[in-house]
Design a protein around this ligand. Structure first.
Ligand code: MF3
Ligand code: CO
Ligand code: CO
Length: 285
């Protein structure tokens, strides 16, 4: 044995609180899927993700201010790059798994991962999702919003507004000690009542220290199924809601852009959500 009293004491990473570890252990014994401790963010991580979220919000606010009929989706990319860099951040999509641009811009029947281009202009009547992931000091925040260009049909306006309600229903279900399945259940129940369908092939994800962490957050699901939501987890909820069927196809030329198979419209909203001991907090407001 040695005497530690002379060794300098430092503070490194705060441990996960014992009462949370105990509750997790109890649920594990009951056969629930509980996250690896690495998915539970510590206060220092949460602070970093919160700051990345503030920059992400500033970037989407700048897009909201400048987006207009006739502009190209490349110009949206230019704004996202400029504002992100002004705030000292990095655009996570750029060169992520070969992705060529810094943001995703998905119009009408494009479900997600639309690639900005000089030739792709926004027309009156279009609905467009702008999905922005920001890295600040190594921490990630991921959010997207819908924008309506010029005069949009009542059907498209309804899809955009109700898809936001789907996200809100998912956030409401993202309570501590609920499960990922509760989120999917809430989103899909809300969408079903309206006659919309929910994309199944893509979903939300853990986020914060990496771009896409566990768990996969499906927007369909059974109550109580899947991974338990433990305080300290940070996930995205990002429902892709289709006016027609749920089936999607991928662009064989770029291997990124996802479209509805039936060519009908799709909308999406996304937030980065921290699970707390009393509820949750949106880190991308
Ligand atoms: N931001 C998207 C998401 O919500 C992922 C985009 S990957 C990219 O998960 F490479 F296309 F940017
Ligand atoms: Co995103
Ligand atoms: Co995401």
């Amino acid at each position: 044995m040695s005497d530690h009293s002379n060794i300098e004491r430092i503070f490194r990473e705060e441990p996960v609180p014992a009462h949370i570890l105990e509750h997790m252990e109890e649920l594990r014994r009951q056969g629930k899927i509980v996250p690896d401790a690495r998915l539970i963010k510590r206060p220092s991580h949460i602070e970093g993700i919160r700051k990345a979220g503030a920059v992400n919000t500033a970037v989407l606010d700048a897009v909201a201010e400048k987006i207009h009929e006739g502009m190209s989706t490349q110009e949206i990319d230019d704004i996202v790059v400029a504002v992100t860099h002004e705030h000292g951040g990095i655009c996570a999509p750029y060169h992520f798994e070969g992705y060529p641009k810094s943001v995703c811009t998905s119009i009408n029947e494009e479900v997600c991962h639309g690639i900005p281009a000089r030739h792709r202009k926004l027309h009156s009547g279009d609905i467009v999702n702008v999905d922005c992931t920001t890295i600040l000091d190594g921490y990630y925040a991921d959010a997207s919003r819908m924008f309506m260009i010029g005069s949009v049909s009542p059907q498209r306006k309804r899809l955009v507004e109700e898809t936001m309600k789907c996200l809100e229903a998912g956030i409401e279900a993202a309570q501590p000690w609920n499960t990922v399945g509760d989120i999917g259940y809430a989103v899909s129940q809300y969408a079903k009542k309206l006659g919309y369908s929910v994309v199944r092939d893509l979903g939300g994800h853990g986020v914060g220290i990496g771009f896409h962490e566990d768990p996969f957050v499906a927007h369909v699901g059974k109550k109580g199924a899947g991974m338990v939501l433990v305080p300290g987890m940070v996930i995205t909820i990002e429902p892709m809601i289709n006016a027609g069927g749920a089936s999607v196809v991928i662009d064989a030329y770029n291997d990124w852009t996802i479209y509805t198979k039936d060519g009908k419209d799709s909308a999406q909203w996304e937030h980065t959500i921290l699970i707390t001991e009393t509820g949750n907090e949106i880190l991308t407001y």
